[in-house]
Design a protein around this ligand. Structure first.
Ligand code: SI3
Length: 312
């Protein structure tokens, strides 16, 4: 499909997208039975209707290819008629695994796929990373492709704007970038480049979202929208209505909550337990090397979140 045809047919990815956790049993096996109730919780309790599965929050890189397929299929199947978009993260260390996951995502009707940079053998320049993304996209040529920029986890510091430069010549299905970084100059360059192609820029540092909205990002993908979606949607509305006092107040209060969490230690394993405490969903433990979170720590953070939610 050509770039202009793709742009016409694609549902633009905007607004809040929950980066979902992966439910595991106490024994550490994937637990698909939670996904149906999880979708109902996101929609009914958080007014969040799009998801990003098998990403960082979903411990995607700790799962087997087969597990990732089962999880992606369950989100697509249970989300049919309920969720607006299911975007599947297919990034792996092996390009063959990423291609297999991309093919599978296309077969289950995913609304989009995303890929991080490989991080063991790292691309030496933007050309190499663009080529990697292209070779993955050829396995799902009609599925919108997003580059998932998260240098804090991959250690790949190539500027996202450099990766975007000219990518439309190589990948007609390319539709934007998920920017989980704090370099606002690079982010601004991505916004400019994406605007000219009608692509989406989705920000992934939840506690800094307001700064990115000012630069023109189209939405946000993050872990905290699993349990703070209602509040952050209020912030988005305040921003859209130019109520800067209210949007700033909400963002600063949000930062307080994240600072409290980070001071206690806030990794995906802790975050997963916090989600279980707040939502009542039984998401189970994280997978090694992440360690289970002491319930008391998760409860302290969950209480901060509940207090924040109840104040608005
Ligand atoms: C490093 C990390 O996990 N970052 C989160 C944020 O949502 C993060 O949890 C949040 O900003 C709180 O610090 C997301 O960017 C991750 C993400 O989008 C994903 O799970 O794929």
């Amino acid at each position: 499909m050509k770039e202009e045809e793709m742009s016409r047919s694609v549902k633009k990815l905007t607004g809040l997208v929950a980066a979902t956790f992966t439910p595991l049993t106490a024994e550490g096996e994937i637990n698909l039975s939670v996904i149906g109730p999880y979708i109902d919780y996101l929609i009914e309790k958080q007014n969040v209707k799009s998801v990003f599965v098998n990403g960082t929050t979903g411990e995607g890189c700790s799962l087997t290819v087969d597990e990732r397929k089962q999880i992606a299929a369950a989100w697509c199947q249970h989300g049919k008629g309920k969720l607006e978009q299911v975007v599947v993260h297919v990034g792996c260390m092996s390009i063959k695994d990423s291609q297999e996951l991309a093919r599978h995502a296309a077969s289950i009707g995913a609304d989009g796929i995303a890929v991080i940079s490989p991080s063991f053998f790292k691309p030496i320049n933007a050309d190499a990373l663009r080529l990697f993304i292209k070779e993955v996209s050829t396995s799902a040529p009609d599925v919108p492709m997003y580059y998932y920029h998260i240098p804090g986890m991959t250690g790949v510091e190539l500027e996202a704007a450099d990766v975007l430069n000219g990518i439309e010549q190589m990948i007609p299905s390319f539709q934007g970038v998920k920017y989980s970084g704090t370099d606002l100059r690079d982010l601004g360059q991505c916004v400019c480049y994406c605007q000219s192609h009608k692509w989406s820029v989705l920000f992934g540092v939840d506690e800094q979202l307001l700064g990115a909205l000012v630069l023109g990002v189209h939405g946000a993908v993050g872990s905290t929208y699993n349990y703070l979606g209602l509040i952050v949607n209020q912030m988005l509305s305040a921003f859209d209505n130019c109520n800067h006092m209210q949007s700033r107040a909400l963002q600063l209060e949000f930062m307080e909550v994240i600072t409290f969490a980070k001071n206690l230690g806030f990794d995906v394993g802790v975050n997963k337990q916090v989600m279980s405490e707040v939502s009542g969903l039984v998401l189970g433990p994280p997978r090694l090397p992440l360690l289970p979170c002491p319930v008391s720590k998760a409860q302290a953070i969950a209480q901060k979140i509940k207090d924040f939610s109840q104040r608005h």
